[in-house]
Design a protein around this ligand. Structure first.
Ligand code: SF4
Length: 359
C-alpha cells in the first residue's frame, strides 16, 4: 500500500513542504549496547522480560533509548495501538489504546508531532482530530483488510441504491470513506449509534460481521458490506469449543469483528478496550482473548494471576511497525500522513457526530 495522499483534487503536492523540510533530518545515533544504556533501560526491560529474552534485549535497548531521547527533541508523542508488540507498547509509547482513544487522547497533549504506531486509517483519524499537528506513520504500507474493502465511490453507489438510508461507518475506514457517511462508530458503540438514528433501516459498513452482530441486538434492519478483518475472520466456533473442552473454567472473550457464530460461544464480547477492562476488572483465572495475539501479551504484563491461553493470530499490517522504523520516522520525519482539507472536514464531522452522541 502506498501512503494515501488525498491532496490531488485540492492542490499539487509541491505546494506542501515536507515534514523533513520543516523539521530537518537528524543524524542516526550510535546503536551500541553500552553499560550506560543497559542501566538507563533496565526499568523498561522489567516490563517486557517475559517476552524478550535477556540476550535479545541488547538489540532492543539501543533503539528504545534512542527513540525515547529523540521524541523529546522532536516534541513528539508516540501513540501505540493495543495490537503493537510489547517492546513498542511498553517501552516507547506515550499513549496506548484503541484507535479512537489514541486520536482523542492525542488532542490533549502538547506535542507538535504524532508518531502513529498502528495502521494507516488510524493515522488518518489522528490527523482528522489533530489537524494542526504533524502526523507520521513509521511504515505507510501498514494497511487493513477492512479499510481496503471499500472506497468512497462504493459508498456513493450504496447511497444511490438506498436513498435516504443513513450510513454508519466503522472507524476502520479511510478518511475518503468516512467523508461520504453520516456518522462513524466503533466496535464498542455501534449499537448506540445505530439506535440513535431516526430510521428503521441502517447501512452499517464495511464490516459484515460487526453488522451481523449488531443486527442481533436491534430491531432495525441492518444492511452491510462484505468487508472482513483478516485476523478475526480466522477464528472459528469449533476451535474455541475445543479450547473450552481442553481448559475447563476458561473464559473466552471475543472481538465483534469475529463471525457471530464465534461470538455466540464467547462469555463476553467487546472492543479491545472493553476486553482489556474485562480482564482487569474480573481477573479470570484463565482467559482466551479472541483477537490479535499481541494484545494478550500487552495485558499479561499488567495483570498478575491471570493465565492467558493464546491462539496466535497476528495482524501482518500492525507488525510492519518496528522499533527501527519508529527511529527512522523520528530521524527523517517520515512518512507524513496528509488528508485533503475538503475530505477532512466532512470526515471529521462523521467522527465528531459519534463522539458527541449521548450514550
Ligand atoms: S487486526 Fe484486522 S481490523 Fe485491525 S488492522 Fe489488522 S486487518 Fe485491520
Amino acid at each position: 500500500m502506498t501512503m494515501l495522499d488525498l491532496r490531488t483534487d485540492a492542490a499539487p503536492a509541491s505546494a506542501f513542504e515536507s515534514a523533513a523540510a520543516r523539521f530537518g533530518i537528524l543524524e542516526k545515533p550510535d546503536l551500541a549496547f553500552t553499560p550506560a544504556i543497559a542501566r538507563e533501560t533496565e526499568h523498561l526491560y522489567e516490563k517486557v522480560k517475559d517476552f524478550i529474552p535477556a540476550f535479545e534485549w541488547a538489540a532492543y535497548a539501543p533503539y528504545v533509548h534512542a527513540i525515547n531521547r529523540l521524541k523529546k527533541e522532536r516534541n513528539a508523542v508516540i501513540l501505540a495501538h493495543n495490537y503493537q508488540t510489547p517492546d513498542i507498547f511498553h517501552c516507547v509509547a506515550d499513549i496506548v489504546g484503541d484507535s479512537l482513544q489514541l486520536a482523542r487522547d492525542a488532542t490533549q497533549v502538547n506535542a507538535e508531532v504524532i508518531i502513529q504506531c498502528g495502521v494507516h486509517f488510524m493515522a488518518e483519524t489522528s490527523k482528522l482530530l489533530n489537524p494542526d499537528k504533524t502526523v507520521l506513520i513509521p511504515d505507510a504500507r501498514a494497511g487493513c483488510s477492512l479499510s481496503e474493502s471499500i472506497t468512497g465511490a462504493d459508498v456513493r453507489l450504496l447511497k444511490q441504491r438506498y436513498p435516504g438510508v443513513p450510513v454508519v461507518t466503522y472507524v476502520n475506514t479511510s478518511a475518503e470513506v468516512k467523508a461520504e457517511t453520516d456518522i462513524c462508530c466503533t466496535s464498542s458503540n455501534v449499537l448506540s449509534v445505530v439506535e440513535s438514528l431516526d430510521s428503521d433501516t441502517v447501512l452499517c459498513i464495511p464490516d459484515e460481521y460487526l453488522a451481523m452482530n449488531v443486527a442481533r441486538q436491534t430491531n432495525k434492519k441492518i444492511l452491510t458490506w462484505k468487508g472482513h478483518c483478516e485476523v478475526h475472520e480466522r477464528f472459528t466456533a469449533d476451535e474455541l469449543l475445543a479450547y473450552k473442552e481442553a481448559n475447563p473454567g476458561i473464559e473466552i472473550i471475543g472481538h465483534p469483528e469475529c463471525h457471530p457464530d464465534v461470538i455466540a460461544v464467547c462469555d463476553f464480547s467487546g472492543s479491545t478496550s472493553g476486553m482489556i477492562n474485562y480482564v482487569k476488572d474480573k481477573r479470570p483465572g484463565r482467559v482466551l482473548l479472541v483477537t490479535e495475539c499481541s494484545m494478550a501479551s500487552n495485558i499479561q504484563a499488567e495483570v498478575q494471576g491471570v493465565d492467558f491461553v493464546k491462539p496466535c493470530n497476528l495482524c501482518p499490517h500492525m507488525k510492519r511497525i518496528t522499533l527501527p522504523k519508529i527511529l527512522d520516522s523520528l530521524l527523517n520525519m517520515t512518512d507524513e500522513v496528509l488528508v485533503d482539507p475538503a475530505i477532512a472536514d466532512r470526515a471529521r464531522l462523521a467522527v465528531e457526530r459519534m463522539v458527541n452522541l449521548k450514550q
